[in-house]
Design a protein around this ligand. Sequence first.
Ligand code: SAM
Length: 475
Amino acid sequence: MTVPLTPDPLTTDARTTDPRTTEPRTTDPRTTRDDALTTPEDLPLVPTDLLPDDLRPGDLLEVEIGAVAHGGHCVARYQGRVIFVRLGLPGELVRVRITEARKGSFCRADVIEVLRADPERVQAPCVHFFPGGCGGCDFQHASGALQRSMKAAVVSEQLQRLAGLDIPVTVQELPGGGFGWRTRVRWALDPEGRIGPRAVRSHRVEGVNPSQPCLIAAPGINELAATADVPSGVRRPASAGTSHRQQSRQLRGRTGRPELPEVVLTAAGDGQRLAIWPDQPGAHAVPTVIEHAVGQDFSVAADGFWQVHPAAADTLAGAVSEALQGLELVGSSSWDLYGGVGLFAEVLAEVVGETGSVVTVEGDRVASGLAVTNLAHRPQVSVVLGSVEKVIDDLPDTVDVVVLDPPRAGAGPALCAQIAARAPALIVYVACDPAALGRDTAALMAAGYRLETLRAFDCFPQTHHIECVARFRPA
Ligand SMILES: C[S@@+](CC[C@H](N)C(=O)[O-])C[C@H]1O[C@@H](n2cnc3c(N)ncnc32)[C@H](O)[C@@H]1O
């Protein structure tokens, strides 16, 4: 039995019709693919004589999919050559199309037909989820349970490979279901005026609107994308009618890559629905919204950092609070590094009490200012504006507890060593990237700490992203 991918990019219906609206999808980029075929049976036969070094974009292969890897893909091998395959599941036999072939290195490919499916494969419900489609979701073709077990495997593998640890990992589901959870998105505006996420490994915009919605977006976000006015100051990308030279000049920034204006769309906990254009020139105050967590309100910039899943802030704060248990911390000194608007500083303030102290460090001026307001009722908290790497030298020589929640790149070995040198009794590391967690775990272990507990949460269903909370104690 063969299972075509759904929405099937290779059938007439899926190429021309939105499965949920029956509207013709005349602007669907899939209709213009030169390799568009009518049924899976029309697929060209897979040649068996391709040498691995000869693989080129567009080549078709049959492969058996191996383990899931970090980044939203699985690993397959073709005569020894590694292929990172999107839209497949471990153990499946699939037909793939090569999308990228680096000379002397790995290839990338998309599954275009499933010849032997995993029983946990499901029909992806989103019209934007197809080979070469939206880059926002990676796992819509897997059941929620399988998504979580794949993410657990990735966290385990990263800790094994980067820190030498064998730790069983379970990924916990958040309440609310797998769709409609993303309360903040940063999407691009394309020359045709469409707003949406970028296609996978591409600058093409998957335009979304209420009839062809992004299904992980929270209620209101798709409507905002369809109706947001582009402020006059925002430099619109050149339209299709403009000369190629003009388009290149307008769209290519210093990096040489196309630069499209971006918009942050927010569906805030207080009910506000806002579109913020960070590229808008001139001074303009970004509005704030109110988010609620740990029993209190937090002011957050509408385009600033806040956990995007409605249940994530409380879930992670609960996990941090749990990781702080077991030691007598009342009266202790603590740091909240990469503190944002003060979520974990609030948790620490509760734990150390008024006789303790919390220093929260945040590099973003607006977030830091809002942290001052949000934590004004906690006299034991001081807010420091600055980059953690720079201000750490100015912090006290010893500290009892450190919570850190770095961005995706992680804290890095130098900062981990600097934290360990202050000999805290407890380090709680909140990680949004398992590879960074693996590297920083290795650095903390080298500096005399051991990973004591690890919890993992599916804060980003349908994507490969995951949040972990790790507790470290002196070895
Ligand atoms: C993952 S967010 C965590 C925010 C906060 N802990 C929360 O849960 O809401 C990371 C934060 O670190 C800040 N940041 C990034 N790099 C930084 C640096 N080098 N020094 C200080 N803050 C930084 C970002 O502005 C962002 O607010």
